[in-house]
Design a binder for this molecule. Sequence first.
Ligand SMILES: [Ca+2]
Ligand SMILES: [Ca+2]
Length: 282
Amino acid sequence: TFDRLEQEDDINRIHDYFSYEHFYVIYCKFWELDADHDLYISRDDLAKHCNGAISNKMIDRIFSGAVSSSNMKEGKMSYSEFVWFLISEEDKRSPTSIEYWFRCMDIDGDGILSMFELDYFYQEQVHKMEIYGIEYMPFEDCICQMLDLVKPEEANKIRLKDLKRCKLTNVFFDTFFNLEKYLNNEQKDPFSNLKDPDSPELSDWVKYAEGEYDNLTHEDGGNDNLDDGNYDEDFEDEDHEVEEVTSKRLANNAVSPPQRLGGSELNNKIDDLEDELKRWKD
Ligand SMILES: [Ca+2]
Ligand SMILES: [Ca+2]
């Protein structure tokens, strides 16, 4: 029985990270950023993600190849690398994401986030806040807060294991390279979105993917049929409707995808994504 339970747990986790909706969201985001549609995202493309929310320094780090599991082609992010990026960005509390961002922030690769490295990233945030006329904390105050949050074993040295113990790594990472989310975090009680151990809730990624899926499929208004919740039984129909919505969107936006989201190309992409997500979990 235990084996079976474990297996079921595993299946649920796969579902957690993969569904048609998730694929659709990732693919649309990729397509939006890949301006010349050569199926690679350039540094400048990625800088436009979420209206430039991610700092330039971090984007440079991502494109330096230091973080990529495969060998990133110079200045080009592939679809699978984008999958890793997007899930890391939207689910900053999962162990894989923590490793991803830790590698990005550990510039000298010594396994420690030093005060120098943290300051390096924070300065760009300060610079942006100055431009926007937003009041900001000096680095010293910010770092006090962050050390209090992470509570590293050794003073002033943040290691990967410290972050993996920390329950609010999203707050930590956003502070250093995602200004929009940092400012949002500042406005709410950081503990309000802590997971309640008694009621296992959806991961940050699933919440994001479901919200974005709704946005993408309802952008033109209408098509409320997608909202009836019978996704499983109506998968065929839904598939069809999504295509319709996509075509409508694309007609309105006067762009066209390399292929419609359907047929064997879709299946290939879904297979690719499943592979990536399996690697993600390992
Ligand atoms: Ca491109
Ligand atoms: Ca370091």
